[in-house]
Design a binder for this molecule. Structure first.
Ligand code: LLP
Length: 420
């Protein structure tokens, strides 16, 4: 499918369904995901890697909706989880535990225990202290944890600083120079079994060179570890493949796979990849309704019903996400700030953007919202979180109800004796 959200007869659709029809049922703001686009992105990567033994472990952090995860799991995907909550969601969506990898710098004992109980494929360990915790948890259960270290290769992925993870200054992984020593320590423990090496250098990576640099360092490490007697069977190359938001030219699945296979393909290891954004970003959009417009000397504001609590990427990373009207574009175009109702000047979806004229009641679509959209949403300013809809062909379903006001106070209590 070229575009899962095509314009037909002037009106934007999600696959075969007019978006206006979805909004009638689900309201706004609403995230809409294309099942076909999810499957196509997954298929493109797994096909490109078909020459080598591999598992595509979808990085659930980018979009953890159960129906989205289920769509990918049903297609054969494994899962990259980063917390006990993500592991719970993966299992709830029917993921095969033997295809789940688990990274994260702060794994707690309960999280480790749940992963051990589930029987996951691989713990990607981020410190030597964590190694000892995992060994202790596994000992208490009388089992052995399959592990690898996440190594930090000190490579600059040339992306936004908040999503660069493979630099020396980053909190992630262990320095690659200390890896041999860390693996030796692991080998001496009875309740962990060394099976892999992991490396993830960042997200929204648009050039292949940093990935290639990091992989070359991982390759040398694997060779060194094997010489030291470790059985390295899995190389987890992380996620991070960039996507097109505006005019970016991210590496294609073919180029990415060629690079990975070219550098580590002959080591007789299973290759694990952890893509998030490249599976989900362009399979999703956020639909919002225009509430008001106003101008001052400097600006023209279009105030919509979605805000930074629904989609924080523009505010947090100054990210550009394409915006277009759902109905036929009105003339003339005007330069506007698209802002939400939240009480912060940082609450915007777009700034100084040339867009077709808007009128109150119009619907706008924010593109590329399938990754790190709903997943990063919050209830800030007392805003119930948006609904989520999944579309396949001519059919659609609400896969997460809009939160209610009651949802906003769920779990809270007002103890009389403390509140006066
Ligand atoms: N594996 C690990 C260990 C990760 O930390 C991440 C992302 C991924 C895989 C998936 O990366 P992806 O393929 O999606 O680039 N909220 C930010 C992105 C944060 C990425 C965090 N880690 C954003 O909206 O741009």
């Amino acid at each position: 499918m070229s575009d899962p959200f095509p314009r037909r007869g002037g009106h934007l659709h999600a696959e075969g369904v007019p978006i206006a029809r979805i909004v009638e049922q689900a309201g706004t703001p609403v995230f809409i995901y294309s099942a076909t686009a999810l499957c196509e992105a997954y298929d493109a990567l797994t096909t490109a890697l078909a020459r080598v033994r591999h598992t595509v472990c979808y990085s659930i952090k980018s979009n953890m909706n159960l129906a989205v995860v289920r769509t990918l799991v049903a297609r054969g995907a494994g899962i990259d989880a980063t917390s006990g909550g993500e592991l719970f969601r993966a299992l709830r969506a029917g993921a095969d535990p033997s295809k789940i990898v688990y990274s994260g710098v702060g794994k707690t004992d309960p999280e480790i225990n749940r992963a051990l109980d589930a029987g996951i494929k691989l713990f990607n360990i981020e410190s030597r202290a964590e190694l000892r915790r995992i060994d202790a948890c596994a000992e208490a259960k009388g089992c052995v944890a399959p592990i690898g270290f996440r190594v930090n290769p000190d490579v600059d992925p040339r992306t936004h600083p908040y999503i660069s993870t493979g630099l020396r200054t980053s909190k992630f992984g262990i320095p690659i120079a200390e890896a041999v020593e860390a693996y030796a320590e692991a080998k001496a423990l009875d309740h962990v079994c060394v099976v892999g090496v992991d490396c993830h250098i960042g997200s929204q990576i648009l050039s292949i060179e940093p990935l290639a640099d990091a992989l070359a360092r991982v390759r040398s490490l694997v060779e060194e570890l094997r010489k030291a007697g470790h059985r390295i069977e899995i190389i987890d190359v992380g996620g991070g493949i960039g996507v097109r938001y505006q005019k970016e030219e991210p590496p294609s699945p073919a180029l990415y796979a060629e690079t990975v296979i070219g550098i580590v393909g002959d080591l007789d290891c299973e290759i694990v990849v952890e893509p998030g954004r490249s599976i989900t970003a362009n399979a999703g959009i956020l639909i919002t309704r225009v509430l008001y417009q106003k101008s001052n000397e400097a600006k023209h504001f279009v105030i919509v019903d979605a805000a930074m609590n629904d989609l924080i990427r523009p505010s947090l990373y100054q990210a550009y996400q394409r915006i277009e009207p759902v109905g036929p574009p009105r003339a003339p175009e005007q330069t506007v700030d698209i802002v939400g109702p939240v009480c912060e000047s940082g609450d915007f979806l777009a700034r100084e953007r040339l867009l077709p004229r808007a009128e109150p009641g119009d619907l706008f679509a924010v593109r590329s919202a399938g990754a790190y959209g709903f997943a990063m949403s919050s209830n800030y300013n007392g805003r119930p979180r948006a609904a989520e809809v999944l579309v396949r062909g001519e059919r659609f379903a609400v896969v997460r109800k809009r939160e209610t006001l009651e949802d906003l106070v769920r779990g809270e209590s007002v103890p009389e004796e403390l509140t006066g």
